[in-house]
Design a protein around this ligand. Structure first.
Ligand SMILES: [Zn+2]
Length: 189
């Protein structure tokens, strides 16, 4: 993930506040060691996060974020590791963007009875075409829709619809099960 949700895409290590210049003169954050990262991992990677991260990075990020909200839960972590493996095996192209994998994982764990509302706080939805920021607006009935901040598709389409379809398709490819795309990521005011 990138920006406020960024972490090292290889290991899941948290990133420094300060940036340093890499060999090409670009400012990048430094991956920092913490208790979720195996000691064998090389430290000091320069990164600003990535749109698509490794399975291990997502899992370490998952555990770290969870423990910001509540105590460690090994049953949840075992389940999350298993489901992440299935998701990452099935995910290709844009379906493999961290934000899509994250929300498919949330839906899966929620369906298994785990409290995973906290996951919303750690992944910002992105335009499914350009990965840019979304602008949220309201329909008259109070439902929320999302436009690409730069209108990259030129048609002012509701991008939440495409995001829901992407997550639902990833979900059914990963698990012998399906979810109703319409029921995903419903925000009401
Ligand atoms: Zn866009």
């Amino acid at each position: 993930m990138i920006e406020e949700d960024a972490f090292c895409p290889k290991t899941g290590a948290p990133l420094s506040e300060q940036t340093e210049y890499d060999g090409q003169g670009y400012p990048r954050h430094v991956a920092l060691p913490d208790e979720f990262i195996a000691e064998s991992e090389p430290l000091g990677e320069l990164t600003n996060g990535a749109v698509t991260s490794s399975k291990a990075a997502l899992f370490n990020h998952f555990r770290r974020c969870h423990q910001r909200h509540t105590e460690a839960n090994d049953r949840l972590y075992r389940k999350a590791a298993l489901e992440l493996r299935r998701l990452k095996r099935a995910a290709e192209g844009r379906a493999n963007w961290d934000v899509h994998v994250w929300y498919a994982l949330q839906r899966r764990l929620d369906g298994k009875g785990f409290d995973v509302e906290w996951m919303h706080a750690h992944a910002e939805l992105r335009c499914p075409h350009c990965h840019g920021r979304l602008k949220y607006e309201l329909y008259d009935n109070g439902d929320v829709y999302a436009l690409c901040g730069t209108n990259c598709t030129g048609d002012k389409a509701d991008q939440l619809e495409t995001i829901r379809e992407t997550i639902a398709a990833l979900y059914s490819r990963s698990f012998a099960d399906s979810v109703d795309a319409d029921a995903l990521l419903r925000f009401h005011t």
